[in-house]
Design a protein. Structure first.
Lengths: 252, 252
DNA sequence: TCGATTTTGTTCTCACGTTCACAAGCTCCT
DNA sequence: AGGAGCTTGTGAACGTGAGAACAAAATCGA
């Protein structure tokens, strides 16, 4: 997903603020590293220092920063506070973004309490669920409201970001409602592929996929060139049934 | 992270089971799509069908599958059950992986209850926390145990995967303990960059980073070529202080 | 048996991302 | 004032990934 942002082919490409997607994904990491350095009372840092703190190599970091402009000083390094502000501004977290969370199960509950969301730049304006037994429950300083109020809330609070923490089943429907209510960015925790119209950005966080990627590498380590050879299908024309039930369905 | 797996430069490269990382990351998606098709009673699917279900394009899907071998039939498509098994085996989820979760706060709590972890292929063998007031608490059918028991548990249950859901502060220390106890794959939810020795794989899930990436794109949409111009540092030689406190620190 | 049709597996090309290496530019010391 | 020593910013080389396009192989119908 995350459709290629307007890259008009024959455009002048002046400065055409086109920061590569890979770089955008690292800017928040740099921001966090800068905040940590700042909290330690460090006023200036070289690309080497920053790169170490962010867990990348210094050449990549310098190239990434160069897309934003020339914010360093040769022979010296980067001013921590200044660079921090520039990155924050570029990302857009110098302003507040209103966020709704839909689906107050275990995960939604956790996110509602998660101080990470409290990170300056984001403000949870509503917790929504369609289950009447959950509506009215207090979580932190918020009260769970009915999903039916979505449109009203989005309009009133200019909500542009929605977080989906429902089970897989209702996720697409919830997504559609969010989009038609005017939400244009979605963070999806439900284990399904969501379809959205162009212009809407969607990102996915999927725990079981992460685990499976780890498992793949883990298998490499233990097996080490001794992967059980392919069964080489004995009489493979029909359907193989009674296979161990693996993978996917994480639903309801 | 995820260091390039043994890619000996001048090696014969026979079949050298070298599946590109980008492909590995998509295999779990295909697996889920296949499981969904299987549950719908569909026995055969073309690359086009599968690609739609997985949210990718068919050329990419075919190329991905070709790294595993030739499991399709030209003119027909793929046998859903057979392909599902092959991918599951390649990923390594036909066997069970023992997992420990460290840090039973809101998020750890949610993960412990999360049915997604119950996905066949992974088995939570322990919930650990260093806080004595949490130890002994029952969550689902498990009881929270003391972090001090880590080494014992890892050895007894051959744990190879650890999940860190502690605050940022203790995360690196927990990580070190996991590694020295013998865990070789780590899924980190704490908002810090963890350092691990070679041979240990680490993956990171970071909610606030995902939100910030969305915010960046969101800013583009609303501002649309009208990003507030750079303050162009008035007398920038010292430290700029009193900037809005943005970003990073999501700690404790 | 043979040709039409379908769909895979693969090759080729292009775009993107990473890394190297170095010139440009700043500071500090003599 | 001038040179030595750092560190940034960037051009160029390299590697990886994506997509188009097509040849190879299987089925089906006549």
């Amino acid at each position: 997903m995350t459709p290629a942002r307007s890259r008009r082919p024959g455009a002048p490409t002046r400065t055409e603020r086109g920061i590569p997607e890979a770089t955008v994904a690292r800017l928040p990491v740099y921001l966090r590293a800068l905040t940590a350095l700042s909290d330690s009372g460090i006023a200036t840092a070289s690309s080497e220092d920053l790169a170490t703190a962010a867990g990348v190599n210094s050449a990549k970091l310098r190239k990434d920063l160069s897309y934003l402009g020339s914010y360093g000083t040769r022979g010296v390094g980067y001013d921590v506070e200044y660079l921090r502000y520039q990155i924050a501004r570029e990302i857009g977290v110098t302003q507040d973004w209103a966020v709704v969370i839909v689906g107050i199960g275990n995960l939604g509950h956790a996110l509602a309490n998660y101080s990470g969301f409290g990170t300056r730049g984001f403000r949870i304006v509503a917790l929504l669920d369609a289950d009447p037994t959950l509506v009215g429950e207090q979580i932190g300083d918020m009260i769970v409201r009915d999903f039916a109020e979505l449109e009203e809330i989005v309009a009133a609070d200019r909500v542009s970001i929605g977080v989906i923490t429902t089970p897989a089943g209702p996720a697409q429907e919830v997504c559609d409602r969010l989009v038609s209510a005017g939400v244009t960015s979605i963070l999806n925790f439900a284990p399904v592929v969501l379809t959205v119209p162009t212009g809407v950005d969607i990102r996915k966080v999927d725990l079981s996929i992460e685990l499976q990627i780890l498992a793949y590498h883990e298998q490499r380590k233990s097996g080490e060139a001794a992967l059980p050879e392919v069964p080489e299908l004995p009489a493979m024309n029909g359907v193989v049934s009674d296979l161990p039930s693996v993978g996917g369905g994480v639903g309801a």
